[in-house]
Design a protein around this ligand. Structure first.
Ligand code: SF4
Length: 119
């Protein structure tokens, strides 16, 4: 099997080709200018993840939403479920930049953190 990918690990955006017989974890990767490209391709084929950004409601009517993000890239297949969960949260300021809003989201071990200081 052959897959074309674009590495998003840095602004170079290398065009990658990943070829494998049965196991994508064993893919041969070409087109990458550095080792991170191979890691990206294998991860994208076996366990694609993205940093998720969103907003959650606050109890402050003057500033009714707070921007948040995942503490690290989140499994792509669970993002829709995560967003549904985030829309149910309501936070109360003060909240610091990087403060954990929800720990271990969807049992992934990944936290949801504030992307802003809110006093
Ligand atoms: S392969 Fe390396 S140089 Fe190319 S986009 Fe990925 S991180 Fe950047």
């Amino acid at each position: 099997m052959k897959k074309e990918l674009i590495c998003i690990s840095c602004p170079q955006g290398c065009r990658l080709t990943a070829e494998y017989a049965a196991d994508p974890a064993q893919a041969e990767v070409s087109g990458n200018r550095c080792p991170r490209g191979k890691t990206y391709a294998i991860t994208e084929l076996t366990d694609p993840r993205r940093v998720v950004t969103a907003v959650v409601p606050t109890t402050d009517s003057a500033r009714p939403v707070l921007p948040v993000r995942t503490s690290e890239p989140f499994p792509k297949g669970k993002i829709a479920e995560l967003l549904n969960e985030l829309y149910k949260i309501k936070v109360t300021p003060p909240i610091s930049l990087g403060e954990v809003i929800q720990k271990n989201a969807l049992d992934t071990g990944i936290d949801i953190i504030s992307a802003e200081n809110r006093n």
